[in-house]
Write a protein of this length. Structure first.
Lengths: 102, 96, 216
């Protein structure tokens, strides 16, 4: 059974959608956070760990999340795994932001 | 050229088969296929270990391996000249 | 901030309030806030990194290609040691990945893909386009490269070898496309305008005439 990320020759692939979207602020921010976390002076995560974390996402998420949504999931998985954050802290902060209308 | 490199440019090699768990950088579509070493890219740490916080040591040779498209796919509609090149770690290769 | 069709719906179906973030944007903000609180990085570092990557564009890669077209000795240096050659032009490609330049010829046309994720020579081309990261591209670049090239408007003779490079490890590939015919009269700067991002990925050939607005 093929892993969901191993896409070379995946059946049923269709035409290439060539439309491009300007990255939203949160996407550029997510990109920047990963570059910082993986940077030589911080080395909080390795790129290989990030890939592994994203590969571990449930197939439906892997196939439907926007690209940087998967990166966010990867950051969360690794921050919890490395005990830098807890799941509860993340959920609480998200709920806080939602409550203030963010 | 590389100390301890098992293969050199021109060698025919087969990519190992199998589906081990973990973070693997050998694509499924190329496993079990036979190709030719085009270049030795240098020594690199093993991503299978790096992905889980390991050090990925000892570094091992990474090979730029070329395949004929017509031999990779059961049905290939391009030109018989077309090729595919993939970077493969030494532990995923055996002599063909 | 404009609405974007990539945003998922709110789970309560109420739609977005005027100023509220999409769920992903909120998670990004939450993570940044928490990581700043924990001292993992500073807010200014994030801003700086965002600016640094916004500044990177295919124009850097295009300059390397144009210089290689006019200066055979530079081309040889570019192929032998892309990092050093880029540094000659003031471009810092960092040490995270090794760059390899794949030179097109009369008989070989290269196409780059990362079937396992989205590896891309970001330090020379900036952030990759959506289609490069798409599941369809990652699937078909290896099985049907000529079909993809035709979708991008390039129909290659069967006597030309289409060589697909799957970036599975720490090597990042930059295609060095062929200089278009009839360009002897162009300056190096004008030549750089012919070199599109997509010609350095390999899905198309360079332009035949300089663009009005510079490299895209």
């Amino acid at each position: 059974m093929r892993a969901v990320h191993d896409r070379g020759g995946w059946p049923g692939a269709g035409p290439i959608d060539r439309s491009e979207h300007h990255l939203e602020d949160w996407e550029r921010r997510t990109d920047a956070m990963v570059q910082l976390l993986a940077s030589p002076d911080k080395r909080v995560i390795r790129v290989d760990e990030m890939r592994r974390a994203i590969e571990s996402l449930p197939p439906e998420q892997y196939e439907s999340f926007p690209y940087y949504g998967k990166w966010l999931s990867g950051i969360e998985i690794l921050m919890v795994e490395k005990k830098i954050l807890t799941r509860e802290e993340i959920d609480r902060k998200v709920a806080e932001l939602e409550k203030c209308g963010r | 050229m590389e100390i301890g490199a098992r293969f050199k440019p021109g060698d025919r090699v087969r990519v190992r088969s199998g589906n081990p768990p973990g973070h693997i950088r050998t694509p499924a579509y190329i496993r079990g296929k036979t190709g030719r070493v085009e270049a030795v890219q240098g020594l690199f740490r093993n991503p299978e270990s790096l992905a889980f916080g390991g050090e990925g040591l000892p570094r091992q040779p990474l090979y730029f391996v070329g395949f004929n498209q017509s031999e990779v796919w059961g049905r290939y509609d391009g030109s018989p000249l077309d090729t595919l090149r993939v970077d493969i770690y030494e532990h995923w290769l055996e002599p063909a | 901030m404009s609405d974007d069709e990539h945003r998922p719906h709110d789970s309560d179906g109420s739609g977005h309030a005027q100023n509220s973030l999409s769920p992903f944007a909120r998670r990004a903000e939450a993570l940044e806030a928490l990581l700043v609180e924990k001292g993992v990085f500073g807010r200014d570092e994030v801003q700086q990194m965002m600016r640094a990557w916004a500044a990177r564009s295919p124009a850097d890669g295009a300059r390397l290609v144009a210089r290689a077209w006019v200066d055979p000795a530079f081309k040889a240096r570019l192929i032998a040691d892309p990092r050093a050659a880029a540094a000659e032009l003031g471009i810092d490609v960092g040490t995270a990945a090794t760059l390899v330049v794949a030179e097109n010829s009369e008989t070989v046309h290269h196409l780059v893909v990362c079937t396992l994720c989205s590896c891309y020579p970001r330090t020379l081309l900036g952030i990759p386009p959506d289609w490069y990261k798409s599941l369809n591209y990652r699937s078909r670049a290896v099985t049907d490269p000529r079909g993809i090239l035709r979708e991008f408007g390039l129909d290659l003779d069967r006597r030309v070898e289409v060589r697909v490079l799957d970036s599975t490890a720490d090597i990042r590939y930059l295609v060095l496309p062929r200089r278009p015919p009839g360009t002897d009269h162009l300056t190096e700067e004008e030549l750089a305008q012919l070199v599109t991002r997509d010609s350095m990925i390999g899905v198309e050939d360079p332009r035949l005439e300089p663009a009005q607005g510079g490299v895209r």
